[in-house]
Design a protein around this ligand. Structure first.
Ligand code: NAD
Length: 374
């Protein structure tokens, strides 16, 4: 069976869905692996490296493919080149791509969305949201350190003492915890806040101080956060203001599944920060935690600069691709039987991540959104 790895076409996407060192895992499963030319080039993997491990590098790699792997969803043009019944595995964000979903349904493509892989322990090795959040969290702390025009660590020298930078992290999920760990390793004094009760212990286990606010916690389904009411949101902003005013670097990573990112920091709060302060808003692409943040740009507000994140995992495409490719190998392995791609739709992971199959939209919330709009 032919398994194809595409060259990503979305601007700013430097990752690739499969790395040469994992191609053998797919051939062992029985797949003939085909790669579009230059698919790995932005992540610094050459065509020769893929060829050396037995993959075919072919401009027509999509034709006849049974399974197609990519980071971003295939374009409409690519989907129309697939044979009916072919399967795609990629990030898909179905709620934001209803037209692409409807097209896949109509063309008879089976699509799996990596965002929808259930977060159960059996699926941990397939959890691409976590693997990419890990990369993004690390990168955010490094960007903060690079943009801040002062030391992160304490430096005691014969010429005097330099005090360490004060870093505040809002949102302590996978990315936030990685940002905390990285800022700590660089020597900053780190404080962090999250609305989930369980997060305080995780923050402390990274060596940071958990900011305790006199506010109710917000646990939602599946260990995620719930959306804040406007009243709680205003009280949280007020209570966080002094911590933010004292920070040299602020890293925000807060998200609520299926919703716009919560607004945690207003312009007024930013204006109270010290000159030269740096804000890294990882949520800039989904509405922003910080008022005025623009994805992919740096905005100056008062004396502070706000770095709005845009596809941060792609800024470290080598390791991000390697982790994502391993997630894909694990999910493809789950869906392969007797050297054939044969997903078992009774399996919770398969059913949970499937968006379209056999001419139907199988993901209930997406189905509802489409029906409502048609
Ligand atoms: P996420 O990206 O959805 O959100 C990031 C963080 O923002 C979360 O910790 C959330 O609580 C926080 N947040 C939301 N609103 C906030 C607000 N108003 N103020 C401050 N913080 C706010 O989350 P994630 O990183 O994907 O992980 C969330 C949870 O899922 C964690 O408990 C994590 O341990 C768990 N998880 C489980 C698995 C698994 O079981 N396989 C895998 C990954 C993560």
């Amino acid at each position: 069976m032919k398994l194809t790895v595409v060259k990503e076409s979305r601007p700013g996407e430097a990752r690739v869905a499969m790395v040469p060192e994992l191609v053998a895992k797919l051939t062992e499963l029985g797949y003939a692996v085909a790669v579009e030319p230059d698919a790995g080039t932005p992540a610094l993997y050459s065509d020769d490296e893929y060829a050396a491990v037995g993959a075919t590098v072919d401009p027509a790699a999509l034709s006849g493919a049974a399974v197609v792997l990519s980071v971003q969803p295939l374009t409409s043009q690519q989907v129309r080149r697939l044979q009916p019944g072919a399967a795609t595995i990629s990030f898909l964000s179905p709620a934001q791509a209803l037209d692409l979903v409807a097209e896949r349904r109509d063309v008879g493509i089976t699509s799996f969305s990596m965002e929808l892989v259930p977060r159960i322990s059996r699926a941990q090795s397939m959890d691409a949201l976590s693997s990419q959040a890990l990369v993004a969290g690390y990168r955010c702390a490094i960007v903060a350190a690079q943009r801040l025009r002062r030391f992160f660590p304490l430096s005691m020298t014969a010429a005097g003492t330099i005090t360490p930078a004060q870093v505040v992290v809002l949102g302590a999920g996978v990315a936030g915890l990685q940002a905390i760990a990285t800022a700590k390793r660089l020597g900053a004094v780190v404080k962090a806040y999250d609305v989930r009760a369980a997060a305080a212990e995780e923050i402390r286990s990274m060596g940071a101080t958990a900011i305790e606010l006199d506010l109710e916690t917000l646990e939602g389904a599946g260990g995620y956060a719930r959306e804040m009411s406007e009243d709680r949101s205003a009280r949280q902003r007020e209570a966080l203001s002094p911590y933010i005013a004292a920070a040299d670097a602020l890293i925000t990573t807060a998200a609520v599944p299926g919703r716009q990112a919560p607004l945690l920091v207003t312009t007024e709060m930013v204006e109270q920060m010290k000159p030269g302060s740096v804000i890294i808003d990882l949520a800039a692409e989904t509405g922003g935690n910080v008022e005025g943040a623009v994805a992919g740009s740096v905005v100056q507000v008062g004396g502070a600069q706000i770095w709005g994140a845009f596809n941060v995992p792609s800024q470290m495409p080598g390791p991000a691709s390697k982790l994502y490719a391993q997630n894909l190998v694990n999910i493809v392995t789950l869906m392969t039987r007797d050297e054939a791609f044969a997903p078992d739709f009774d399996d919770e992971i398969v059913a949970g991540s499937c968006v379209t199959h056999a001419g139907q939209v199988t993901h209930a919330p997406t189905h509802e959104l489409l029906e409502g709009g048609e």
